[in-house]
Design a protein around this ligand. Structure first.
Ligand SMILES: Nc1ncnc2c1ncn2[C@@H]1O[C@H](COP(=O)(O)OP(=O)(O)O)[C@@H](O)[C@H]1O
Ligand SMILES: [Mg+2]
Length: 484
């Protein structure tokens, strides 16, 4: 059975009980009132008649006096009966209601007695003639119309009870539905939604009661679950990324081993090819066509040799010797080294903050190689009259995978070149990924830079947008020595 129905029934039961008790008490009170009224009226009639008999009887005789009683009895309509009750048996009937002896005491008597006509209410007023108790005036009436009144009252009470119960039932049902059933259904729907994993939408109950408190608790619980779920999915994503990184590292190691083996094997034949092509080129008797072919062979061999060299750098195990290194000095060195390449393309390389005190713990040779790779890329990305700036400094930053930020020494390379589309940006650290022509790019520059930085416990960040240039920042651990 539903809660609202149960509440309504309990409520109605209490109401019915209260109405019944109230009506029962009222009925008792009314019955007593009724009898009191009847006795008072009877007594008034009886004592008036008794006075008349006492006055008339000494002068005109008892029979004449009793005429008044007879006339009153005849004239009185309805169920009221008035008669003379004689103590010495002179009147037709002896007193039925009471013991005649008690009438001698001069006090009126009232009582209910069963008669041949049913129960009647009697009132007897003693009459004294010539100083002695002669008889009594008896007024009696059947309480039958009291019964009718009781029945009427009972019917009214039942009608009132039915109307009250119906009204209350309706009110209880509507209020129960509004205050209990409706919010309970909303809570049930919310619980089902939580079961389905829908935790987002808060449940709002307008009232400020126990059910709305339950709703608030439920909302708080959902928020906690949501946070826990986000935390779990974040952890799962982090685990996935770690696994992916491991796979990537594994791939790199394999590539490195293959590359180093291949580079060793290729080195000697390449040297031989280049030397022989040089001999042909130097031969003055060789035909011009053969000499130009020899030139092409030498150019191609140089390209392959460059690739082999880079592969060896990439694959060779490095043991960086970490010493305090002034980054602004390194930036100037790299700028000087790359000046010829840049000016060929009419690109300006500028070192900013040349006086920056940033000193990192770094292997100078390896870090120079890492920075060179980044600056060369910047120059390549620039159009004619482009600008590349190298700046050094110190920042507070968070290394990917760390939870607390730290102080880092940085070298930032900014260019106003082509910038990168998101798909290129996503692939630049893959070994052999390049967007440059075969003669220009090997796709190993950035992977080498990243692995050198990893050896330094540092990291590389990139910001880039197509047409807006790129910014690469090398982050290194500070040497904790500040030199101005
Ligand atoms: N500053 C830059 N601006 C635009 N693209 C860049 C920049 N630096 C690197 N790239 C992109 O990253 C790719 C990979 O670079 P890298 O690993 O150095 O190999 P490579 O220079 O041999 O192509 C480049 O081919 C280029 O597409
Ligand atoms: Mg490069």
């Amino acid at each position: 059975m539903r809660l609202v129905t149960r509440l309504t029934l309990a409520f109605l039961l209490v109401v019915i009980l209260i109405i019944t008790l109230h009506e029962y008490r009222q009925l008792g009170d009314r019955q007593a009132d009724f009898e009191r009224d009847m006795d008072r009226t009877h007594l008034l009639v009886a004592s008036t008649l008794a006075d008349a008999v006492e006055l008339v009887a000494p002068r005109e005789g008892l029979d004449a006096a009793l005429k008044t009683v007879e006339v009153t009895n005849e004239r009185h309509a309805g169920d009221v009966r008035v008669r003379w009750v004689c103590l010495d048996g002179r009147v037709d009937e002896p007193a039925t209601a009471v013991d005649c002896a008690t009438l001698a005491e001069d006090q009126p008597i009232t009582a209910s007695r069963a008669t041949a006509d049913g129960v009647r209410r009697f009132t007897l007023q003693p009459v004294r003639i010539d100083g002695r108790a002669a008889g009594a005036i008896e007024v009696s009436e059947s309480p039958s119309h009291e019964g009718a009144w009781v029945r009427q009252h009972f019917d009214d009470a039942v009608l009132l009870a039915l109307m009250t119960v119906a009204g209350m039932a309706m009110a209880a049902f509507v209020l129960g539905w509004w205050l209990v059933a409706r919010p309970t259904r909303a809570l049930m729907d919310k619980a089902r939604a939580v079961g389905r994993g829908e935790l987002k939408n808060d449940l709002k109950l307008a009232a400020n009661d126990e059910l709305s408190a339950v709703a608030d608790e439920m909302n708080a619980m959902c928020r906690q679950l949501e946070r826990a779920r986000e935390e779990t999915s974040r952890e799962a994503a982090a685990r996935l990324a770690a696994v992916e990184q491991l796979r990537h590292a594994d791939r790199l190691a394999t590539v490195g081993r293959l590359a180093s083996g291949l580079a060793h094997e290729l080195g000697t034949p390449l040297n031989v090819i280049e030397a022989r092509a040089g001999l042909i080129l130097e031969d003055a008797n060789a035909e011009p066509q053969i000499q130009s072919s020899a030139k092409v062979i030498i150019t191609c061999t140089e390209q392959v040799t460059k690739l082999v060299r880079q592969l060896l750098v990439f694959a060779r195990p490095r043991h960086p010797e970490l010493l305090p290194l002034k980054l602004s000095a390194l930036a100037s060195t790299v700028r000087e080294l790359l000046e010829p390449i840049a000016s060929k393309k009419q690109v300006a390389i500028e070192v900013k903050d040349a006086q920056s005190p940033a000193i990192a713990l770094a292997d100078e040779v390896l870090l120079q190689q890492a920075l060179t790779n980044v600056v060369v890329n910047a120059v390549h990305a620039c159009n004619t009259s482009g600008h590349v700036t190298i700046s050094t400094g110190e920042v507070e930053g968070l290394k990917p995978g760390d939870s607390t930020p730290r102080k880092w020494c940085t070298v930032t390379v900014r260019d106003d070149g082509t910038g990168m589309a998101p798909d290129v940006r996503a692939a630049i650290f893959e070994p052999f990924f390049t967007t440059k022509p075969v003669t220009e790019g090997t796709g190993l520059g950035l992977p080498i830079t990243v692995s050198i930085l990893e050896d330094h416990h540092g990291f590389l960040t990139v910001e880039s947008a197509p047409g807006k240039g790129s910014t690469f920042t090398l982050h290194l651990e500070p040497a904790r020595i500040t030199v101005s």
